[in-house]
Design a binder for this molecule. Structure first.
Ligand code: NAD
Length: 474
């Protein structure tokens, strides 16, 4: 295989991948598995260096968070792809209706060609290499553009990938918004974007010009409903874990809590205790991730400032040590009670350790609150009352759900992961992800005993009789 220099300009790199994808349309199982094995070896050999790079990007981000939320998830995904590929690649027979028999039909699963992946900074290994692995497993060439906000891990991924893949198989392109815009304008066979809803709109517009199909894995405000029937201490611990993993910089973090009116004081106690259990100290705690940039830190502080100024009760629930900003951008967890509806805090995705609490009187009120807003990426419900749970499930639409937990549905490779409405479109993980990057080509194989000629002109009495018969039968 000829080695293409990875420093090729963007368009030339795309052209090289495109031409290679058209020269080898049928990508055999052994080659797909070999690409997955190379990716797996890259992660295993350089796991520590990759974790260190993510730590350097954030300022504070523990090796264990990267181990569980990036590398473990990636290994699980690659392992499943490797195992299931022979089954997923197989042609599917499709039953043929009587009027077309004795023809037969099948779906042939083929690679799309060249897949573009644009990724975010919050879990930079999982959310860049995960979609790339799935696209490679489906037999595609991949161009990846990771985030400029994680320069260390993006640069390391680029050099490691370059070391084990030819540029026409899998390449990493580095750069900021300008490069990202040019990248999204390439005529990919599929463009897979993970990031904010605002940038997702731009990506969809750029892709539309080429009629490039997209998957948009976006964000938004994921509600967490606490039902009166729940064990508040257990729920608070799981909510605190989901909210404070990576300091709230998780697309499916519970954005805000809907709480039965009157339980505010009890929830404040339970949440504070949960935070103290998970993070006995905030500033200087290596387990507690820093906010990724000064700009995001300032944005979060401004959200809190506006909330206080407009009469919300902001409670700092950091258990000990100094409060306020630390040099490493480690931001104290806060609860915000009585937030007024006009606040940016209640309108924008928070993506930080601030948890607004919205009181509700009845489950219908909570459901109305959710349905009056864009459809969320995730929804959480805590409780033991099955009738209320079913009512909430039947009355709300979201990208995914965990019941009596937060985040965990994302870890189940058998469940499709994606958004709905403003939280995105298209899903991946497991076979759903494989099919996202696969053309299921429908093929009809005609038999020489076909009766098709009965429908040919010249039309006459025989044609009318057959149609009359079919009308009665269908
Ligand atoms: P972002 O939208 O700012 O950036 C994501 C990527 O888009 C980056 O690589 C960036 O360079 C690129 N980009 C910037 N301008 C572009 C343009 N004009 N055209 C094409 N690409 C462009 O998102 P972020 O700040 O990196 O990540 C945080 C957001 O991502 C949050 O909203 C979060 O909810 C969401 N997110 C979603 C998921 C999911 O799976 N649904 C996962 C993680 C993060």
């Amino acid at each position: 295989m000829t080695k293409i220099p990875p420093t090729l300009p963007l368009r030339a790199l795309f052209d090289a991948q495109h031409s290679a994808s058209r020269q080898q349309i049928d990508v055999p199982l052994a080659l797909r598995r070999d690409r997955l094995a190379r990716l797996r070896a890259l992660i295993d050999t350089h796991g520590t260096a990759l974790s260190d790079a993510v730590q350097a990007d954030f300022g504070v981000r523990s090796r264990q968070v990267t181990e569980v939320a990036d590398l473990f998830v990636l290994r699980a995904a690659i392992g499943q792809l490797h195992k299931e590929l022979p089954h997923w690649m197989k042609t599917r027979r499709v039953p043929t209706p009587l009027y077309l028999q004795p023809a037969s039909a099948h779906l042939q699963r083929q690679p799309l060609g060249v897949v573009g992946v644009i990724g975010p900074w919050n879990y930079p290994l999982q959310l860049n290499l995960g979609p790339a692995a799935t696209a490679l497993a489906a037999g595609n060439r991949v161009m990846l553009k990771p985030s400029e906000l994680t320069p260390h891990s993006s640069a390391l991924m680029a050099s490691l990938v370059q070391g084990v893949f030819s540029a026409e198989e899998f390449s990493v392109v580095l750069g900021g918004a300008d490069v990202a815009h040019d990248f999204a304008s390439l005529p990919f066979d599929h463009l897979f974007f993970t990031g904010s809803t605002a940038v997702g709109r731009k990506v969809a517009a750029a892709a539309a010009a080429n009629l490039t199909p997209t998957t948009l894995e976006l964000g938004g405000k994921s509600p967490c409903i606490v039902d009166a029937s729940c064990n508040l201490d257990e729920a608070a611990l799981k909510i605190a874990h989901g909210k404070l993993l990576n300091a709230g910089q998780t697309c499916i973090a519970p954005d805000y809590v809907l709480l039965p009116r009157g339980q505010e004081a009890a929830f404040e106690r339970a949440y504070s205790a949960a935070v103290a259990r998970l993070f006995p100290v905030i500033a200087g705690n290596a387990d507690y991730t820093a906010i990724v940039s000064d700009r995001h830190f300032a944005r979060l502080q401004a959200l809190l400032g506006e909330a206080s100024a407009q009469g919300a009760r902001v409670v700092d629930v950091a258990p000990a040590g100094p409060t306020g900003a630390s040099t490493a951008r480690q931001m104290n967890p806060t609860l915000v009670f009585d937030p007024s509806p006009g606040l940016r805090l209640m309108d924008e995705e928070i993506f930080g350790p601030i948890l607004p609490v919205v009181a509700y009187g009845s489950v219908d009120e909570a459901i109305r609150y959710i349905n009056a807003r864009p459809r969320p990426l995730a929804l959480y419900w805590f409780g033991s009352d099955a009738a209320v749970r079913e009512r909430v499930m039947a009355s709300t639409v979201s990208g995914g759900v965990s019941i009596n937990d937060t985040l965990m549905h994302v870890a189940h490779e058998g469940l499709p992961f994606g958004g709905v409405g403003e939280s995105g479109w298209g899903a991946y993980h497991g076979e759903t992800g494989f099919l996202r990057f696969t053309q299921q080509k429908p093929v009809l194989v005609q038999s020489r005993f076909s009766m098709g000629h009965l429908f040919y002109p010249p039309y006459g009495a025989r044609f009318d009789q057959i149609m009359a018969l079919l009308k009665r039968w269908l």
